[in-house]
Design a protein around this ligand. Structure first.
Ligand SMILES: Nc1ncnc2c1ncn2[C@@H]1O[C@H](COP(=O)(O)OP(=O)(O)OP(=O)(O)O)[C@@H](O)[C@H]1O
Length: 245
């Protein structure tokens, strides 16, 4: 099982404020790890650390040498009057290994190739961003709130697609989500973050954890029966989360 990323006792500070502390985790190929947490918990900062867009103030961050990462940002800001088709937008990405048509086919969006980027619905836009991230055949897909701006039905479909892609392409997935109950059928492991790791493990475990209930309230728990998670998982095949110190 190929290890992709390992964080050991990582901390992050900015302007004298603690943003993250004592974060230890590993992520392997074929594993989906979801970060949940309230606003300001440090979820995007953790993603930025893994992307090396910022540097840890302490601890160690290891990445597999030459790791190919496909990144789906929280939001894409496009000039509303810029004439840009989906195919043109996708052809602008660097390090491509797939053709535009192949990448669109992977997310079932072939018919959108000639559509204007500005005309896409929220769900279509997220699929196109996902297709773009797949173009360099990533070993690790990083998605920051991939279901933002998508209705509930579309969110469930999108998370199912991410799971399917991870299975097919055997890539690791690190994603941020606000909705544990929507993502639980499509993730192997969950970290509940609030500056530090409050709890972690399989989604059902986190959903029932008192720390999770404290952060998100009881309503989350009552909805979980609908989204029971099924996967034949062998613990050795999924990344673990370790508390250090
Ligand atoms: N460069 C920075 N300088 C100072 N503070 C920062 C910096 N980057 C992030 N922060 C602060 O760190 C905290 C965590 O921010 P972050 O964006 O990682 O949270 P988040 O969990 O992704 O939040 P949300 O769910 O609202 O997107 C916030 O209080 C934010 O204001």
């Amino acid at each position: 099982m190929t290890k992709l990323v390992e964080l050991t006792d990582v901390g992050l500070e900015a302007d004298g404020n603690i943003i993250l502390e004592r974060i230890s985790l590993t992520l392997h190929r074929g594993e989906i790890l979801t970060i949940v947490g309230p606003n300001g918990a440090g979820k995007s900062s953790l993603v930025k650390l893994v992307l090396r867009l910022c540097e840890a103030s302490r601890g160690q961050l290891w990445r597999k040498p030459g790791l190919r990462i496909g990144y789906v940002p929280q939001k894409l800001h496009l000039d509303p009057v810029l004439p840009l088709t989906v195919a043109r937008f996708m052809s602008l990405s660097h390090g491509r290994r797939l053709s535009v048509a192949q990448a669109l086919a992977r997310v079932g969006a072939e018919r959108l190739a000639e559509r204007s980027m500005q005309a896409l619905s929220g769900g279509e836009m997220q699929r196109i961003l996902l297709a773009r991230a797949l173009m360099m055949e990533p070993e690790l897909l990083i998605l920051d709130e991939p279901a933002q701006g998508v209705d509930v039905h579309g969110q469930t479909e999108l998370y199912a697609l991410i799971k399917q892609l991870s299975d097919q392409l055997h890539c690791g997935v690190l994603m941020v989500s606000h909705d544990l109950h929507l993502v639980m059928a499509s993730t192997h492991r969950v970290i509940c973050l609030n500056q530090h790791i409050c709890c972690h493990g399989e989604p059902e475990h986190v959903a029932r954890h008192p720390e999770f209930a404290r952060l998100f309230g009881r309503p989350e728990l009552t909805q979980l029966a609908v989204y029971t998670h099924h996967h034949a998982c062998d613990d050795e095949h999924h990344g673990d989360v370790r508390h250090v110190g």
